[in-house]
Design a protein around this ligand. Structure first.
Ligand code: FUB
Length: 451
């Protein structure tokens, strides 16, 4: 093969390796488990650096009931709806200090300084001469957010712990935060690779209950130290505020309550993008029976006028507009009627296939907001559905008594099938939709698309 042909093949392989997932819905990465999302805006684009949960491989002497993380991927988007997987950027085999029998590449972070990208990650060290083990924090450096990253041969000296987070203040001083029972802070040198002050435990935070996953940001002169904390039985997201990156911070409030279904961890980041603030966090959507296989989510976050943070209520709908002409997974709804709609996996043996909405009561409805029909005049709708006895679905605008824009008769059948119906009038612009069952016969809906 000529050098030119090899290059073409290499480019094709790289392209194949870079997946595009289309969703502004939660969870927003849909083909692998992801957790601990550190979101960063680089060059006007949103990048997310999550952990990568996997199922513990056989024959490695690993606990089946614990976190198992071998490497990291990075994802990016310019609209928070279309996400690109740039592939694997670092693995536990890439730094000599990591004990690669431990699969412990936990929550990372990444920052940019002077055109270089510094990726901070925790992992278990190889045992030292005295057999001592424990978590350390390494750094890998790249010229582009998506890598390639080159790991430093040694972890950061003087840091024992997990969940690194780096904040660079307006005066250019960088700070490293991390956790290990307490939350610690130290200044970083200009080279971003070494501490420039002794690690300090951040005081005045709750004494009882695990604290981890610090994320610090500044807005209008207020420094926010945000972190997951176990106040009751599982983690919830809390914050403290101060007027200096090293504190003191004053405990202020809760950003997100505990998972109602009991996912033990939560881990987040908070970032502004195109004049809107967002909370990135995780939940075990694709693995309801094992909360160490998690999935990253986004929701909008708002501040009160005094700078306090409004509590974020997790949604399935997530953020952004859904394109009317692509399959809309309506199971990621905004609102449901009180009874008569259930959401279930399409295939409980392969949860990554996603969910379906089951309507089984007269007038039961589901609301799905922010569908973008653009300037085209949509003329028909397709619903991928099945109903054993046959059923009729109404598509309305805005709410359960809003105007009907289509009536879709789902014929009797045992398999999901795309069914077409005409819209009463052509549609454009951004619309909030309601899908409603007209009769009592049960119907399962996979997706809805306009044409
Ligand atoms: O992902 C492994 C650990 O779980 C993280 O380091 C913690 O913050 C928790 O999310």
């Amino acid at each position: 093969m000529t050098a030119k042909k090899s290059l073409v093949v290499l480019c094709m392989l790289i392209t194949i390796n870079t997946g595009l997932t289309v969703t502004g819905q939660n969870p927003f990465i849909r083909d692998q488990f992801t957790a601990d999302p550190s979101a960063r805006v680089f060059n006007g684009r949103m990048y997310v650096f999550p952990s990568h949960d996997i199922k513990a491989p056989e024959g490695k002497n690993l606990r089946k009931d614990w976190f198992c993380m071998e490497d990291y991927h990075v994802f990016s988007s310019n609209n928070l709806v279309d996400w690109v997987d740039h592939g694997m950027i670092l693995s536990q085999y890439d730094a000599p200090w990591i004990d690669s029998t431990t699969y412990s590449m936990w929550a990372p972070d990444c920052v940019e300084r002077n055109g270089k990208y510094y990726f901070y990650f925790p992992s278990n060290k190889r045992p030292d001469e005295n057999g001592r083990r424990g978590f350390a924090i390494g750094v890998a450096v790249a010229d582009k957010p998506e890598g390639p990253y080159v790991a430093q041969p040694e972890p950061i000296s003087g840091v024992n712990g997990i969940d690194p987070n780096v904040f660079i203040d307006k005066d250019g001083q960088a700070y490293l935060y991390w956790s290990g029972r307490n939350i610690f802070v130290a200044k970083l040198k200009e080279n971003m690779l070494e501490l420039d002050s002794e690690p300090m435990i951040i005081p005045n935070l709750p004494d009882k209950g695990l604290k981890e996953g610090p994320w610090v940001f500044e807005r209008n002169g207020i420094y926010y130290l945000t972190f997951p904390h176990v106040e009751n039985n599982v983690e919830r997201l809390e914050y403290a505020i101060g007027d200096n990156p090293m504190g003191p911070f004053k405990m202020t409030d809760v950003i997100m309550d505990e998972s109602p279904t009991g996912c033990w961890t939560n881990h987040h980041s908070i970032v502004e993008y195109q004049n809107q603030w967002y909370l990135f966090y995780h939940h075990n959507d694709y693995s309801p029976n094992f909360d160490k296989n998690r999935s990253v989510r986004i929701d909008s976050l708002f501040f009160n006028t005094d700078g306090t943070i409004q509590k974020v209520i997790p949604t399935l709908r997530g953020v952004g507009l859904s394109e009317a002409y692509q399959n809309i997974e309506i199971d990621r709804y905004n609102l449901l009627s009180e009874k008569g709609v259930a959401i279930e996996f399409l295939d409980s043996l392969n949860t990554f296939k996603g969910w379906k909405s089951i309507f089984n009561d007269k007038n039961a409805w589901l609301q799905y907001r922010s569908v973008d029909f653009g300037n085209k005049n949509a003329k028909s709708v397709t619903i991928n559905a099945k109903s054993e006895q046959g059923a009729t679905l109404l598509i309305r605008l805005n709410n359960a008594d809003g105007p009907i824009i289509a009536t879709v008769k789902i014929p009797k059948g045992n398999d999901l099938k795309p069914i077409n119906a005409k819209l009463k009038n052509p549609r454009k612009g951004i619309n909030n939709l309601v899908i409603q069952l007209q009769n009592t016969n049960s119907v399962e809906v996979d997706w809805v698309r306009f044409n």
